[in-house]
Design a protein around this ligand. Structure first.
Ligand SMILES: *[C@@H]1O[C@H](CO)[C@@H](O)[C@H](O)[C@H]1NC(C)=O
Ligand SMILES: *[C@@H]1O[C@H](CO)[C@@H](O)[C@H](O)[C@H]1NC(C)=O
Length: 420
């Protein structure tokens, strides 16, 4: 993420925050003391902000006010279960996905099975976000009763938006299959990884197969702008993964570079698919951009918490996670922040982590530092930016629209409070 773009976003966000006369829902903000920390990326103050935005202090936070030393923790007051709102549609999508990945070739058909093992565990986070986004942007789930004349258009549009959810899920699973090959992973979420069970070659081909099916579905939408967005996602995924393999140390230790890579590897899929949902509905560039910002910031928050969980696991204590990133020599935000406080950690990282003793030393520095805390703060920052994008949508009186927006905002909080 380029610094200029980020600054632009923050300015833009500040302006729309001011414009948002009334927040979507009341949130309780608890102010937590936060010692003054250095900016993680590009010299922007990452003090948290809490809605409602009408507060001057909150606006100061967004534009970077050095004097403020608190970060906001938001707790939703009313819970809408995001998954239940779209449960029926999700099962529809699951059925379609199953038929879409049915292959003549038996070996590839086994990949489909893997696909659904993950799906069952992963709660289909991405399709859920996209379906909620569709409603949040005022495209309704059509009634199941025979459609009247006027409904046909809505049904067609909603179906096309469902296709985006399917494409996104296929690209996501394809990238997991390929990641597992690159990382030589044995398991994924407790299930044997496809490469471990059926070998690397088949796992790569299965990933390619899913991508090819995603391409066909994408083509069927006949929208070149959306094709471009999704093609960019695939390019971002590939470049992000490649950079992770080959990065020179000056880049490996740069927080800004890390955020860019995280965008490419994780957030690009969410941001561009959210934008696609908006574009299919014929929304303006401005609304499409808000959808994009929601997906991007949600994706970034998600990955930052992932990076924390890799160290802490479910136990919230250091070293109880799988430590798979650091063992693979992948340096993530907690270590980058720790290195800012303890520059001597850099020499440890340079030696690599083939020797488990080095992992222990790094963990020791991480424990002494505010690395975990600052990573969580940064995740919270992005979660709040995602929520702010939803709040910036023009107000609606429609109950479904309001509920879906609330659910999207709740998701931003779930992402940062999850512990698995
Ligand atoms: C910074 O924030 C504090 C507290 O929110 C406020 O009193 C002060 O005026 C702000 N400073 C600037 C330069 O906006
Ligand atoms: C992110 O992706 C873009 C386009 O694919 C590429 O130009 C850029 O170098 C990538 N950056 C990182 C850090 O992966």
């Amino acid at each position: 993420m380029a610094r200029a773009a980020l600054l632009h976003l923050l300015r833009y966000r500040t302006a729309s925050a001011a414009a948002a006369a009334e927040p979507l829902s009341a949130f309780r903000c608890q102010l937590m003391t936060r010692s003054n920390s250095k900016t993680p990326a590009a010299g922007i103050k990452w003090a948290g902000f809490c809605r409602p935005f009408s507060s001057k202090a909150a606006l100061n936070d967004v534009i970077g006010n050095d004097t403020d030393s608190s970060v906001a923790v938001m707790e939703p007051q009313e819970q809408v279960d995001p998954f239940s709102l779209v449960a029926n549609e999700l099962s529809l999508i699951a059925t379609r996905l199953r038929s879409m990945v049915a292959a003549e070739v038996p070996n590839l058909a086994s990949a489909a099975e893997y696909f659904f093992k993950i799906g069952a565990e992963g709660k289909r986070f991405r399709p859920t976000v996209l379906l909620l986004m569709a409603t949040a942007l005022d495209v309704h789930i059509p009634e199941l009763s025979p459609p009247g004349f006027g409904d046909t258009l809505t049904i067609d549009l909603r179906t096309r938006q469902q296709r985006i959810a399917e494409i996104t899920e296929m690209i996501h699973v394809a990238s997991l299959l390929h990641d597992d090959v690159l990382d030589d992973a044995d398991t994924r979420r407790g299930v044997g990884s496809l490469n471990a069970v059926m070998g690397n070659k088949l796992a790569v081909l299965a990933g390619d197969f899913l991508l090819s099916r995603a391409c066909l579905t994408l083509a069927s939408l006949k929208n070149t702008e959306v094709v471009t967005l999704i093609a960019t996602v695939v390019e971002n995924l590939v470049t992000g993964e490649t950079m992770q393999l080959t990065t020179a140390s000056n880049k490996r230790f740069s927080m800004e570079y890390y955020m860019q890579k995280t965008y490419n590897k994780t957030a690009s899929l969410m941001s561009n698919s959210c934008k696609s949902v908006a574009l299919l509905a014929g929304h303006t560039a401005e609304i499409a951009m808000l959808a994009f910002e929601y997906g991007k910031n949600l994706g970034l928050a998600f990955q930052l918490i992932d990076d924390v969980l890799d160290f802490t696991g479910t136990s919230a204590s250091l070293g109880k996670g799988s430590l798979s990133d650091i063992r693979h020599g992948i340096i993530t935000a907690p270590i980058l922040f720790a290195m800012e406080e303890y520059p001597q950690l850099r020499a440890v990282v340079d030696k690599g982590f083939d020797n488990p003793a080095n992992v222990d030393i790094a963990l020791e520095y991480l424990g002494k530092s505010r690395g975990i805390e600052r990573t969580k703060e940064l995740a919270m920052k992005h979660a709040n930016l995602a929520a702010a994008a939803i709040d910036s949508l023009r107000q609606s009186d429609d109950e479904d629209v309001i509920k879906s927006r609330q659910a999207l905002i709740d998701l931003t909080q779930r992402v940062i409070t999850r512990n698995k």
